[in-house]
Design a protein around this ligand. Structure first.
Ligand code: MYA
Ligand code: UBL
Length: 284
């Protein structure tokens, strides 16, 4: 069927009108549009990253390219990311970063502080997320199959070797899945076994609650602030696998305490981001 000249323009304008009406009249629609754009934009950025990363092949140095490409996204969404404690990152040695995992928006905080030669451990399914999966693979992201515990553990053991031989750092979300509850799930122990096997420190990172500006359940997504707090390194020298449960509990406890302190949503009672001169204002 032939459309008369200008019909496509008219259709496009109608679609734009519909989308903008939805945007202004329904906060749910706004939430879905923002999330769709977020995913779409990442897929687009990944398309840009792939040829540049491909020059080096699969290489952890490519993570810098992904980081650079993603750093502006917070501005598109009006999210102010405040970093505290970045000086706690050891300058040269390998380590294991553990951080809380609230949403795919964690990418914003992660990219803000991601150290050089640091790769995330991700679920295998991400490998199939089109251009983003390929970009992650080229940047050395480590994929684990969460349905096969044995395989996941052996990948983690290989990573323990790689940390030392190739001088890389890894970023693990020990909750093992996204947690939208405004708190922290019990920690899985893989990251802690990994750190103990390699005898490298653990760097805990806490991202404050997003509840003020983002809620998947309520389909709410506005602009807002998030604090990313890097905690002091936790040494693992001399620890054995028997020490892992206590180590994981200790790290989780310290992270949960900070999470409550820096979250401004009323869940944790923290208000250091709101008060001028409050604890959050000081450079830690
Ligand atoms: C521009 C484009 C940009 C694109 C984006 C780029 C950025 C991308 C960012 C992507 C971000 C993506 C983010 C994401 O995708 S997050 C999702 C994927 N990440 C994770 O799941 C990490 C956290 N999970 C773990 O650490 C789990 O423990 C693993 C996965 C290892 C196993 O989990 P599973 O549920 O199967 O089993 P289990 O935890 O009950 O463990 C069973 C037992 O084994 C013990 N055990 C565990 N490990 C070890 C070990 N190494 N040596 C010896 N023992 C070990 C363990 O203590 C337990 O024993 P016990 O304690 O009960 O006696
Ligand atoms: C041709 C195939 C096209 C597939 C298109 C897929 C669309 C995906 C679009 C963009 C990918 C964005 C990458 C963002 C990475 C965010 C990482 C993330 O948050 O993973 C979740 C994982 O931690 C836990 O997963 P679950 O909470 O257990 O679930």
């Amino acid at each position: 069927m032939e459309l008369w000249p200008g019909a496509w323009t008219a259709l496009l304008l109608l679609l734009l009108l519909l989308l903008s009406t939805l945007w202004f009249c329904s906060s749910s629609a706004k939430y879905f549009m923002k999330m769709a754009f977020y995913n779409g934009w990442i897929l687009f950025l990944a398309i840009l990253a792939i040829p540049v990363c491909a020059v080096r092949g699969r290489n952890v140095e490519n993570m810098k390219i992904l980081r650079l490409l993603l750093l502006h996204v917070k501005y598109l969404y009006g999210i102010r990311v405040e970093v505290r404690g970045a000086h706690h990152f050891p300058p040269t040695q390998p380590y294991v970063v553990v951080s809380n995992h609230q949403s795919s928006l964690d990418l914003l905080g992660m990219m803000e502080v991601l150290p050089d030669r640091c790769v995330p451990i991700a679920k295998r399914e991400l490998l199939w997320a089109g251009s983003a999966g390929l970009a992650c693979w080229l940047a050395g992201v480590i994929f684990i199959d969460r349905k096969r515990t044995g395989d996941a553990i052996s990948v983690m053991s290989e990573v323990a070797q790689t940390l030392l031989t190739q001088d890389v750092r890894v970023w693990v979300f020990p909750e093992g899945t996204r947690n939208h509850n405004g708190s922290m799930l019990p920690f899985k122990r893989g990251a802690f076994h990994l750190a103990v096997q390699a005898q490298v420190p653990i760097i805990p990172i806490v991202m404050s609650s997003y509840q003020d500006f983002y809620s998947k359940k309520e389909r709410r997504f506005t602009s807002g602030r998030c604090q990313v707090r890097v905690l002091p390194p936790v040494p693992t020298e001399g620890l054995t696998p028997d020490d892992v449960p206590a180590l994981a509990d200790r790290v989780r406890h310290s992270m949960l305490t900070i999470f409550r302190e820096i979250s401004t949503d009323g869940l944790g009672g923290g208000d250091c981001l709101k008060k001028p001169g409050g604890a959050g204002e000081a450079r830690l």
